[in-house]
Ligand binder design. Structure first.
Ligand code: DCP
Length: 709
């Protein structure tokens, strides 16, 4: 639910930049002979000429629309050029578009805080740049105002009296008697025009922009005059803009809340919403949402532009409409493997290029049951901690699917005979990785180190056969609970992205808005997640070629339960003999060459190279798995536990680190500065430095070349 954030009394200058017919432009850059021609990019599936996913403005003039298929587009525009989206793994390969989006972001981010909102949309906070311009070189001082700026559409500016429109814009920009807010917007007009021209020069792409005092208004404005134009929303024009605007066009009102406003309150336009007192809205929708609604009806929104050039999540999906629905477990597994492979590649590339790691794997599916009274039931989305490595991601995603399927059709409904049709069909599948956080600075060396290991393997992070067992395992080994050293201290900043957020292989019956909504709900879970890192994650990046297990649902309920108990018992036993710790971590990575190398790295830390030891640990107050699971309403937490210390204050942890699980003797081996740092992370009263009884191992002993794991 939206939360009301008061708008700062200091006016801001916010721009929303949206690429024009983006995929078409990317294809036209590759094939310049297509420029200026009616062109459309079509989806991978060639049925009836393929579904159109991007349509050039030249083609739009003929009535070609995104909802059409190629054959239909040819009927209304015989000369249309249809370009198929690049293909990899039997689905659309969007890397070229992501990279093109990154090129644009790298230019736009030069003048202010930049938030990459989707593959082709960016928010900019240009307040500082505008204030500086106003103070040092205001528009009135300029000898010439760029033509691109003069072509701006300024809402509320009267252009209907036959006067020269550009001259009107020039006057508006140069007004001496304008208030501070409008003066800032005037600077914003010049800055955005300049940025858009720079994008064109460097990338050959055109884009459109909205310029306003907040994100909401800027976004509304950017789509008003396309392509290659910019629209400005002065405060005085806000009411005029919103009054007749259909309520569902507002960000966050495209879904259930918008429907409720229409059906329950009779609100069809923002103007209708404006009529409601705040108390009335609060009564109906709660304090926060009520205030938020009251504010947006007045064009007030305090949502800040996040400084984020990289995507909040990665996703890979595919739809299987109509007769192409997947009806057997092996066919689902085949496609999951493809999707996971792509996801894994992108995760590794994000790790390599941006030094970031994702922590949550989520599976979404859409399904139908051929005979079911409860046909409205949705296939539940499922999440679990993300383990790096294609094989592991595939395995976990498949387990998530099985869990979802069991819940969707009931345990006995799952037919276990491999390829036998069981009366259900999957019409869309996707996997996503979220909770992406930067690796704490300096951890790259160890990441590289693990890259050098052959097929690293975690006995304690073995794949799990079912959700419950999975949850149990997590109780014993919370992700992010391992420790390792880091040396060097590279800067925390990252390069511009080469990756884009949620992308799905789309066909027309999959609504993009829904993607975007999904993307934003997925990404909501990320905020505030701590910078923890699980070496189990690191272990997988070179595991791309790991053998893929073929695993089907083959257990009846009895077998399922007994295996579950067995696993549970085994893990409890494991816990008794050796809880996950630094030892477990390195034992899993095993081996001989590691010993000496790691010792050297530890020595370096002791010599004061600025190294730090990181414990994957999520401080209080961060999003919990329960919150993550808002992504799918029926979803249930699968992993993680609540820390008892958090229960009292109502705040929950997704994964907490139990200090009892760190072997104190191992900690004693570490340089003092590192110990100090760890102690600062953990609760002092729980730390038992003199507890030596639990394991008598030393890191040096453990990693000594002669040590057999
Ligand atoms: N896209 C897609 N499937 C959809 C919708 C869009 O794959 N159902 C892709 C192709 C688009 C890109 O996302 O080029 C950006 O989508 P937009 O909605 O921003 O549309 P365009 O950029 O194509 O056109 P516009 O100029 O109207 O923004």
């Amino acid at each position: 639910m939206p939360v009301a954030k008061p708008e700062s009394s200091d006016p801001r200058v916010i721009a929303h930049v949206d690429m024009d017919c983006f995929y078409v432009q990317v294809e036209q850059r590759k094939q310049p002979q297509l420029r200026g021609l009616p062109t459309a990019v079509v989806q991978y599936n060639e049925w009836k000429g393929g579904a159109l996913i991007a349509v050039s403005y030249e083609a739009r003039k003929f009535g070609v629309k995104r909802s059409m298929r190629g054959a239909e587009a040819k009927e209304v525009c015989p000369q249309i050029q249809l370009v198929q989206v690049p293909v990899a793994r039997g689905k659309a390969d969007l890397n070229g578009y992501r990279n093109a989006g990154s090129e644009v972001v790298s230019i736009l981010s030069r003048r202010g805080r930049c938030e990459r909102a989707s593959i082709d949309e960016v928010y900019l906070d240009l307040t500082n740049a505008a204030e500086t311009m106003l103070a040092e070189n205001p528009p009135q001082n300029l000898e010439k105002i760029d033509d691109e700026a003069l072509k701006s559409h300024i809402l509320g500016l009267n252009n209907e009296d036959g006067s020269d429109v550009k001259e009107n814009v020039r006057e508006w920009i140069n007004r001496h008697n304008a208030d501070h807010r409008d003066k800032l917007l005037a600077c914003g007009i010049l800055i955005v025009a300049e940025l858009r021209m720079q994008v064109l020069k460097e990338t050959e792409f055109t884009c459109s922009a909205g310029i306003a005092h907040n994100k909401m208004l800027a976004k509304l404005a950017s789509g008003m005059n396309k392509p290659a134009q910019q629209t400005v929303v002065p405060s005085s024009s806000v009411n005029g803009l919103l009054n007749t605007l259909p309520i569902r066009k507002m960000k966050q009102l495209g879904g259930k809340l918008g429907i409720s406003l229409q059906t329950d309150m009779g609100v069809n336009t923002v103007g209708d919403l404006f009529q409601f007192p705040e108390e009335k809205l609060q009564e109906r929708y709660g304090i926060n949402t009520g205030s938020w609604l009251w504010n947006i009806a007045r064009g007030i929104s305090g949502e800040a532009v996040e400084g984020r050039l990289l995507p909040k999540s990665h996703g890979s999906g595919k739809t299987f409409p109509g007769p192409r629905a997947l009806k057997t477990v092996p066919s689902v597994q085949h496609w999951l493997n493809q999707l996971c492979e792509e996801l894994s590649e992108r995760l590794c590339s994000d790790l390599d290029q941006n030094k970031r790691m994702a922590h949550t794997l989520t599976l979404h599916a859409r399904a139908y049951k051929s005979s079911d009274s409860d046909s409205q039931k949705k296939f539940p989305s499922k999440s679990c901690p993300l383990r790096y490595g294609t094989g592991k991601i595939q395995e976990d995603a498949f387990n998530l699917f099985q869990a979802g399927l069991r819940e969707y059709i009931g345990f006995y409904g799952v037919k276990t005979q491999g390829s036998q049709y069981s009366g259900w069909g999957i019409t869309s599948l996707s996997v996503s990785a979220s909770k992406i956080v930067p690796i704490p600075s300096g951890t790259c060396s160890i990441a590289k180190y693990f890259h050098g290991q052959s097929t690293p393997h975690f006995s304690s992070m073995q794949s799990l056969d079912n959700v419950n067992a999975n949850a149990e395992a997590t109780l014993l080994l919370p992700p992010g609970s391992e420790c390792y050293t880091e040396v060097n201290s590279p800067k925390a900043e990252v390069d511009f992205p080469k990756e884009e957020s949620w992308i799905e292989d789309t066909v027309p019956d999959l609504d993009l808005q829904e993607h975007k909504d999904l993307s934003s709900s997925l990404s909501k879970t990320q905020d505030g997640f701590t910078q923890d890192i699980s070496p189990s994650l690191l272990s997988g990046c070179l595991e791309q070629n790991q053998n893929k297990q073929e695993r089907y649902i083959t257990k009846d309920e009895g077998q399922f339960k007994s295996e579950y108990k067995e696993r549970k018992g085994k893990r409890v036993k494991d816990k008794g003999t050796g809880t996950p710790s630094i030892l477990e971590l390195f034992k899993s990575y095993n081996p001989h060459p590691l010993g000496s190398s790691l010792s050297q790295e530890l020595k370096k830390t002791a010599q004061g190279t600025g190294a730090r030891l990181i414990i994957g640990f999520e401080p209080k107050g961060h999003n919990s798995l329960a919150e993550q699971n808002e992504v799918g309403k029926e979803e249930k937490p699968m992993h993680g536990r609540r820390s008892s210390r958090d229960e009292g204050d109502g705040r929950r942890e997704a994964w907490s680190y139990n200090i009892d699980e760190i072997d104190p003797t191992v900690m004693d081996e570490l340089p003092q500065e590192i110990q100090d740092e760890i102690k600062a992370w953990v609760q002092p009263h729980k730390w038992r430095p003199n507890n030596t009884a639990r394991r008598g191992c030393k890191i040096s002993h453990y990693f000594s070349p002669t040590k057999k794991s």
